[in-house]
Design a protein. Structure first.
Length: 365
């Protein structure tokens, strides 16, 4: 498989799972069956290969040659960041993922057990999963007492920026590979609320509510609203009054981050970083199962859902822009939708196919 060097400023792709990359059978109440069958979306493997590069298809021995240990960053397993459960290990070291053409975080509102099952279904080899920067589940979005309750959730990308940027700084400044990180993690929802409440009380004591978080109410209707307020507080004054310290914008920030999710509501914190992919539902999944079945089928490739193939074309375009938010604001992704014309669909499909062909990636649904 061919390879293309990653861009000077890497692109961060945050991927949803259910409804975006795959379909899980649903119950009558609309919630997914916990142990139900999983149907991947067509062209999912092509998308993953485009993002994660040649390492994706390597065996352990091949990876060791292409990515020697003296070029790797490692961490003691006890100091691994939250969501790095799939990082590869050797002895007493956990290896940070190698550079890939697109850096990938998987972020789902499903429970940890279900997220792990979905990830292990679509990425069957440990090497493949070891290329993911983080894999986050429901505990990053709701507090523990609400893990089993259906509530609105929001994927605040500043959490990903905090986690990844602070970790990168830690790697660059630590004294030894065994050094523990000194920064506070924002990954868990319960931790964010704890520090947010402390920060609000401190602001009240300093009588600075008008300058910092002045639009944040003293009481919240529910925990979802309070978590959203935490985001607003974190982003105010570049984080100057937050327990987490000043916001870092390298290597990741609004200019080079994309959230691919079928829900606009989950992207309300950073809508200009969101690319809304039409929901992958029951009928599309059934069509794909018929197409891939061993028995004869009347379903042709052109009848399949091809939004992930189109999205490869979108990513290919984004790798050549300086600012994701400006590109989205200017309408760069306007034709990637469930209302697109046949001509618009054909254009994105053609660009996706061209990008995959250029890298010698098989174009297989």
């Amino acid at each position: 498989m061919g390879n293309a060097p990653p861009p000077a400023r890497p692109l961060l792709l945050v991927l949803d799972l259910n409804g975006t990359l795959l379909y899980r059978k649903k119950q009558s109440n609309g919630r997914s069956v916990p142990s139900g069958p999983i149907t991947p979306r067509p062209y999912l493997q092509a998308l993953l290969r485009f993002c994660l590069g040649p390492y994706y298809d390597m065996k352990n021995g091949e990876l060791a040659k292409e990515w020697p240990e003296d070029l790797r960053d490692s961490a003691a397993p006890s100091h691994q960041p939250f969501g790095s459960q799939y990082w590869l290990r050797s002895g007493h070291a956990a290896w940070c993922p190698p550079p890939t053409p697109v850096q990938v975080v998987i972020w789902s509102s499903a429970t940890k057990e279900n997220v792990n099952r979905m990830v292990e279904t679509i990425m069957t080899k440990p090497v493949q999963r070891g290329l993911l920067q983080r894999v986050w589940a429901r505990e990053t979005l709701v507090v523990p007492r609400l893990l089993g309750v259906k509530v609105d959730t929001t994927k605040d990308l500043s959490i990903a920026w905090d986690e990844l940027n602070q970790w990168e700084r830690h790697l660059c400044t630590r004294s030894t590979p065994l050094s523990a990180p000194s920064f506070l993690s924002r990954a868990r929802a319960e931790d964010r609320l704890l520090h947010f409440r402390q920060d609000r009380r401190a602001c009240e004591r300093r009588q600075k509510r008008k300058e910092v978080g002045g639009d944040v109410p003293r009481a919240f209707a529910n925990v979802s609203d309070e978590l959203f307020a935490e985001t607003q507080f974190r982003l105010s004054d570049d984080g100057a009054h937050s327990s987490y310290g000043p916001l870092l914008d390298e290597p990741f920030g609004p200019r080079n981050t994309v959230l691919l999710d079928d829900s606009a509501k989950k992207a309300r914190c950073q809508p200009l970083n969101h690319i809304c992919i039409p929901d992958y539902g029951k009928s599309q999944a059934q069509r794909y199962r018929e197409y891939t079945s061993s028995t004869s089928s009347d379903v042709a490739e052109e009848d399949l859902d091809d939004y992930l193939l189109q999205f490869v074309g979108v990513l290919d375009a984004l790798l050549h822009v300086d600012d994701v938010t400006q590109w989205v604001r200017d309408g760069g992704v306007a034709t990637f939708s469930d209302t697109q014309s046949p001509e618009e669909r054909a254009q994105w499909v053609a660009r996706g196919r061209a990008a995959l062909t250029r890298l010698c990636i098989p174009i297989v649904p």
